[in-house]
Design a protein around this ligand. Structure first.
Ligand code: COA
Ligand code: MG
Length: 294
């Protein structure tokens, strides 16, 4: 998933727009973008929307963001939406991998109770919203086979920390938040799942978004969450390997295939060894996922 677009689940107009946005996944939100007195309406609309669109060809993945496990809301969220078999659940404000594990068990029971026959419902936790979670990052590794990606974000963490801002005067992410970002990248990679970069809330600033996407892709993130349809094309482009990247990766993979047994190979004046092959294979896998010939 290069792009995951949040959409308030209680807005029919936005649900339709999000579905047609070109995002690889949309996240029907039942958490912070839906007011307390709209939760029930949001749940009903999310279930109806997923049920109606699940069979649509070429559709984006359909995720639902439930409320956090320390609220009285999440069980009703799951009870409402699981009959429609969403592809995944986004889990906010996790405190550790234990929360993911608990959700995983709840999903197992919900699937059994709803005659679920498709692939298991995936989980994407947002692991940087609670300070305790930042201190327990390794606990996410192996927390559930359902883990598809790990996402981070700055808004809730800054409220928890009492930080006045998370960007300096130049727009750069400040140190406490950079730590959360970097730990997310290491944790997702160690867990063998997709590192998914934070939302960029300044949705009219498309240049700023593009710059942040380029930096995230450079560092190893393979996708980014979005809050506005205008952000989707920029995110998709930034996380799709370029033709020259794909060509280079193909050449490297070919060289290693032709020289099986060689640990190190010379290529255009550069030394190539195993890390280069791993990187090339990752580029080809991402190209294939984006619909380009691997
Ligand atoms: N998904 C689908 N459609 C969206 C959208 C989204 N995330 N954000 C905006 N749109 C739609 C608007 O409804 C509008 O449609 P219209 O022309 O048919 O009325 C169009 O795109 C243009 O929107 P715009 O006027 O630029 O923005 P806005 O002021 O209406 O909305 C937000 C701004 C921030 C309220 C809106 O982008 C939003 O709801 N984002 C998602 C919030 C969310 O889910 N947050 C939780 C995760 S952090
Ligand atoms: Mg949040």
């Amino acid at each position: 998933m290069r792009s995951m677009l949040f959409v308030p689940a209680d807005s029919e107009r936005k649900l339709a727009k999000a579905f047609a946005s070109g995002a690889d996944a949309i996240i029907l939100d039942l958490e912070d973008s839906v007011a307390a007195d709209r939760k029930t309406a949001g749940r009903d609309m999310a279930r109806a929307f997923v049920a109606a669109e699940k069979g649509t060809a070429g559709r984006p993945l359909l995720y639902v963001r439930i409320n956090a496990l320390d609220t009285p809301l999440w069980e009703d969220d799951l009870a409402a939406v699981m009959p429609s078999h969403p592809d995944g659940i986004m889990q906010p404000k996790t405190r550790s991998g234990e929360d993911v594990h608990r959700l995983s068990i709840a999903l197992h029971h919900a699937e059994a109770g709803n005659g679920h026959t498709g692939p298991e419902t995936r989980i994407v936790p947002i692991v940087s919203e609670m300070p305790l979670s930042i201190l327990q990052m390794p606990s996410y590794i192996g927390s559930s086979t359902r883990l598809a990606a790990i996402n981070w974000g700055m808004e809730d963490l800054s409220a928890e920390l009492g930080a006045a801002t998370y960007r300096d005067a130049n727009g750069q992410i400040t140190s406490p938040f950079r730590l959360a970002r970097d730990l997310t990248l290491y944790t997702a990679t160690a867990a063998g799942v997709q590192p998914l970069d934070a939302v960029y809330p300044d949705f009219r600033n498309l240049k700023g978004l593009e710059q942040e996407c380029i930096e995230a892709a450079r560092d190893g993130f393979t996708g980014k969450a979005a809050i506005h349809p205008d952000q989707v094309a920029i995110i998709n482009a930034a996380f799709t390997p370029s033709p020259s990247e794909i060509e280079k990766a193909r050449s490297i993979a070919r060289l290693f295939a032709e020289n099986s047994g060689a640990g190190v190979i010379s290529y255009n004046g550069q030394m190539l060894d195993r890390p280069h092959l791993i990187r090339a294979e990752r580029v080809l896998a991402r190209a294939k996922q984006a619909g380009l010939a691997g």
